[in-house]
Ligand binder design. Structure first.
Ligand code: E4P
Length: 230
């Protein structure tokens, strides 16, 4: 499963990029607004930090203007994927942009029927919102599993299931189990994936025991050992 960062915060993206694990970034108008910076400059900087798809969302409500926005957004950087909402106008926009060869992420998906439309319109990604469904007592991961199944029924479809609105590590694990191609989450959630008290306890014990070893300089030991052999 590919892992995208769900943020427009450049510090978080820089920190995430240093791990060398992330495959792309998703933003939305709320995440952009939260940063209080210029939209286009932010998208360009993100796209320079992570060499993978970077979703930038249109904000018009009619297809002709959305198509114009999308075509322009795609010119900002080769990594830009245009994000459109799952409305009739959004789906018309998706079809037009996909026909131009522009990658589109169709967002705000809450039921499998909507995902069928996104695939028919040539979307590169469909973004079902797991956490927001869980928030209203529906099963977000069940939606991921259903869309994965529907797309698998038609192997020619190239639309990838991008599990979004991820709130905790189990959403990441369950998305992978359900067969999502991608999940997108804030850096805070990805940090939680490292955590296990037994990992911390075990590491403390290993390092404490290592203190009793007379020569603890691994680099020096290996360099001397290699020099003797050459
Ligand atoms: C990603 O594409 C979405 O914009 C994002 O995951 C929404 O997450 P939220 O429900 O936590 O706002």
């Amino acid at each position: 499963m590919k892992m995208f960062l769900d943020t427009a915060n450049l510090d978080e993206i820089r920190e995430g990029a240093s791990w060398g694990l992330f495959d792309g970034v998703t933003t939305n108008p709320s995440l952009i607004a939260k940063e209080g910076r210029d939209f286009i400059a932010t998208i360009h900087e993100i796209a320079e930090l992570i060499d993978g798809p970077v979703s930038a969302e249109t904000v018009a409500t009619d297809a002709p203007t959305m198509i114009r926005e999308g075509r322009l957004l795609a010119k900002v950087h080769r990594n830009v994927v245009v994000k459109v909402p799952l409305t009739i106008e959004g789906i018309k926009t998706c079809k037009a942009l996909a026909d131009d060869g522009i990658r589109v992420n169709v967002t705000l998906c809450f039921q499998p029927a909507q995902a069928i439309y996104a695939a028919k319109a040539g979307a590169a990604y469909i973004s079902p919102f797991v956490g927001r469904l869980d928030d209203v007592s529906e099963d977000g991961i069940d939606l991921i599993a259903k869309i994965v199944q529907i797309y698998q029924n038609y192997p020619a479809l190239e639309t990838e299931v991008l599990s979004a609105s991820i709130r905790h590590p189990m959403h990441v694990v369950q998305s992978a189990l359900a067969g999502a191609h991608v999940c997108t989450a804030p850096l805070k959630v990805y940090k939680q994936l490292f955590s296990h008290p037994l990992t911390d306890k075990g590491n403390v014990a290993f390092l404490k025991d290592w203190e009793t070893v007379p020569d603890r300089d691994i680099i020096g030991q290996v360099e001397r050992w290699l020099a003797k052999r050459s």
